[in-house]
Design a binder for this molecule. Structure first.
Ligand code: ADP
Ligand code: ZN
Length: 754
């Protein structure tokens, strides 16, 4: 027997299908999906790979084939639908098939050794009894062993040796006499599952509601699709508090009651013990949870329960989409717009896209849920590619919306408040502290991205070609500052800036970071404790949860956070929420900026004041009259969408055209600009020759918003084209034509941050 193997984590040079011979002793156990260890290359270094295909014959020189060295896991690690997914992932996300295997076979699986135990059993009870009665056996230990086995049946050699204080050679002697048999098996201990969340779900977690009419309609429609097995995708668009979770739980329950499996993804930040308990309380014990706080052993156990079908529901963040679910019938993405569903390191996959790929292969249904869907998803729903299901009513009649207070920062600065905290917000904070309540201050994630804002009218400086805000860059060599457009690369020195609305020349630099804000708060409220949550304070796994737990236990009265905490705003004692730097969110160079700002503010507005005390949300802006803020305050997603889709169409941005980003990074700045120019020339020449139906456009080189990162300087190129596969074809070209060691490039066909 022969098999084809893909090496796990293969680089481009080793990303082939390699044929190996299956030695006789493994021919019964190796199948498609098996994890194997193989000798590779001239030195026969041991590599780990996955079998994707078996065959009886090999048309080539058999004598050159190597044997598989060993089987690393007694059960296959991939299902057939996952094997099919490998090349689709590699195609779509510009990675090797080996990278795709690595995504689906996490390291906890590779590092796990099936613990084999030696078991001892009687060859025949009758013979054993006869031998004992005949008194032929002299050694007392031999008699003891047989009696032990007669009483207990098959047991491990370890146990016999420990209980009877005998040796392995004494057992071996009985084997030689043909009385007992030694067998190697996976230890039964391994099959018992340990769990990190052990508390019994309390009543409140298991409560079931009578569904509202809207909820019932959504559940029925989705169940019809699941029944048909025709890879349908639903967009469950429901305002905050409309009870989307209840819809997920009802459909999931139905699927598992019929023997199918469900993948239920939530943003990592929402994987709190409360959420997990709630889901377990409702769906029973066959729920596996994957999150970043698991040890390797726990993670393996969860993964193994999914693979064996013991767990029927997989709850996890974006990596959950790769789970080896058996008979997959439903994939749920809660908060489908959330940025965490997109991987920001190689391979830059999107869990939403992978969910749809799995649906195409298995016929399962996909449910995307959100109060503020991504513009792309809502567009797809309007175009009929997804089925739109709407929840317009709040599930609980007593739920109250907080009061929204737009604050004009131009006035506040004139009144002497400075640009961080306005006077009304400070006053509300003082009141909250005096009542033992808590405050959350949201500050745009890209606090380091700066722009110039007109001191007279509040308008940011915009690009003359693209009408998007320009980003301020320090030129370290000359000590001057430039404004750069991150779409077209248009650049001019900052002293030449003119306001495009009022022609003003007085500008304020907008943008302060979370650390500055923290210092400021220490001075302003010296008796209040502050917690900060941003990319720096959450580098380690579990750091998120620790901060959230501390705040929930009221160890601090102020939480400063970037949009990562928007979903975590569910603290009953929070009565005041401040949205700071709202303009900066919009001034970020990403085409997703408005969308992100809208989502963040809507979420804040929907969640503050969840307890008995009503909440207040302050939105600090230089232009509080902007429609986007009005739409967010009134939770008017459709109005926002109409405005946004028009803008995207005008600028030919997704979903109208696909955007791709190439980042070139090198430790030497001079070399970087030289090679960036070579790349630019190549791209412009090459794309200039392409058929116009691909609608290629190329921009760059443009310094990245974060120009210097981990000792490297970074320049980017942006390509637009009719669709993602056109973008991918350019990436492929660059991969083959440029030496990766000289031109280290990363590729992204779905950039989120720009
Ligand atoms: P969403 O996820 O849409 O923001 P949730 O699922 O968190 O909303 O539901 C909001 C609240 O309404 C929760 O407290 C939930 O328990 C409650 N709820 C959901 N469905 C119903 C229902 N049919 N009847 C009463 N309360 C409900
Ligand atoms: Zn421009």
């Amino acid at each position: 027997m022969f098999c084809s193997v893909i090496l796990r984590g293969a680089v481009r040079q080793t990303d082939s299908l390699y044929t190996y011979r299956i030695p006789d002793e493994l021919s019964d156990s190796v199948t498609a999906g098996s994890l194997v260890s193989v000798p590779f290359g001239n030195g026969n270094a041991e590599r780990c790979g996955v079998v994707v295909d078996l065959s009886d014959s090999f048309d080539g020189d058999e004598s050159k084939l190597k044997d598989i060295k060993s089987l690393m896991s007694s059960l296959p690690v991939l299902n057939s639908d996952q094997i099919e997914l490998i090349s689709r992932i590699s195609e779509r996300f510009n990675c090797t098939r080996g990278d795709a295997v690595e995504l689906m076979v996490p390291s906890c699986v590779v590092n796990h050794k099936d613990p084999m135990e030696v078991y001892v059993e009687l060859v025949s009870e009758k013979d054993a009894l006869a031998v004992l009665e005949s008194e032929k056996l002299r050694a007392i230990s031999h008699i003891n062993i047989l009696e032990y086995l007669l009483k207990r049946g098959k047991c491990t050699r370890k146990e016999i040796m420990a209980s009877l204080s005998c040796s392995a050679s004494q057992i071996k002697a009985l084997e030689n006499k043909g009385l007992v048999r030694l067998v190697k098996e996976v230890s039964s201990e391994e099959l018992s599952a340990v769990n990190d969340v052990k508390e019994a779900p309390s009543g409140k977690f298991t409560e079931e509601y009578d569904l509202s009419g809207e909820q019932r309609n959504a559940v029925e429609k989705i169940l019809e699709g699941i029944e048909e097995k025709k890879d349908k995708t639903y967009l469950l668009f429901g305002i905050t508090g409309s009870g989307k979770t209840e819809v997920y739980l009802n459909i999931a329950k139905k699927v598992i009651s019929e023997g199918g499996s469900v993948i239920y993804m939530v943003p990592e930040i929402s994987l709190t013990p409360q959420t997990i308990n709630w889901i377990k309380g409702r769906l029973g014990d066959n729920v596996a949870v994957l999150h970043s706080r698991l040890t390797d052993k726990q993670r393996y156990e969860q993964w193994n329960n999914i693979r064996t079908g013991k767990a029927r529901v997989v709850v996890g963040p974006r990596s959950g989409v790769f789970a080896p679910a058996v008979d997959l019938r439903l994939i749920i993405l809660d908060e489908e717009h959330d940025g965490s569903y997109k991987a920001e390191s190689h391979p830059r996959y999107s869990a939403r896209d992978i969910a749809r790929m799995r649906a195409k292969i298995t016929g399962c249904s996909v449910v995307l849920g959100s109060a503020t869907p991504s513009v792309e998803s809502f567009y797809a729903a309007n175009a009929g590619a997804f089925q739109l299901l709407e929840l317009k009513e709040r599930a609980r009649q007593d739920a109250r919306l907080p009061e929204i207070v737009p604050v004009d920062m131009k006035e506040q600065i004139k009144l002497g408040s400075g640009d961080m905290l306005s006077i009304p917000l400070r006053q509300a904070m003082s009141v909250a502290f005096s009542e033992n309540k808590q405050v959350i201050l949201l500050l745009n994630r890209r606090g380091f991205s700066r722009t110039l804002i007109c001191g007279d009218c509040g308008e940011p400086v915009t690009c003359r070609n693209c009408s998007v805000p320009m980003t301020l860059h320090n030129n370290r060599r000359s000590g001057t500052q430039s404004l750069i457009c991150h779409y077209c690369g248009y650049t001019f020195p900052s002293y030449e800036a003119r306001c495009s609305v009022c022609n003003g020349t007085h500008f304020t630099k907008a943008g302060f970071g979370t650390q500055q804000l923290e210092e400021f708060l220490h001075n302003l409220f010296p008796h209040e404790k502050v917690l900060r949550m941003d990319q720096d304070s959450t580098m380690t796994p579990g750091a998120h949860k620790e901060i959230i737990d501390k705040f929930a236990n009221k160890e601090a009265s102020i939480l400063i956070g970037t949009q990562m905490i928007a979903k975590g705003l569910d603290f009953p004692d929070v009565t005041v929420v401040g949205v700071l730097g709202a303009d900066l969110m919009l001034a970020s160079s990403s085409f997703k900026a408005s969308e992100r700002a809208f989502q963040l503010i809507t979420q804040a507005a929907g969640r503050a004041g969840r307890g008995d005390a009503p909440g207040k949300v302050f939105i600090q802006s230089y232009r509080p009259e902007q429609p986007l803020f009005q739409y967010a305050c009134s939770q008017n997603y459709r109005a926002f969408y109409e405005q946004e889709i028009e803008y995207r169409q005008k600028l030919k941005l997704p979903p109208f055209k696909a955007v791709g980003e190439i980042v070139l990074s090198l430790p030497d700045e001079t070399l970087l600009s030289q090679r960036a120019n070579e790349l630019a020339k190549y791209l412009k020449d090459f794309l200039g020759y392409q058929d116009s139906r691909y609608q290629f456009e190329v921009y760059g080189p443009i310094p990245c918003v974060i120009y210097e990162l981990r000792g490297k300087y970074r320049m980017s190129f942006v390509i637009k084209a009719v669709n993602k596969s056109a973008i991918n074809s350019v990436f492929k070209r660059l991969i083959t034509d440029f030496d990766h060691t000289k031109y280290p490039m990363s590729f992204d066909n779905d950039p989120q941050d720009g």
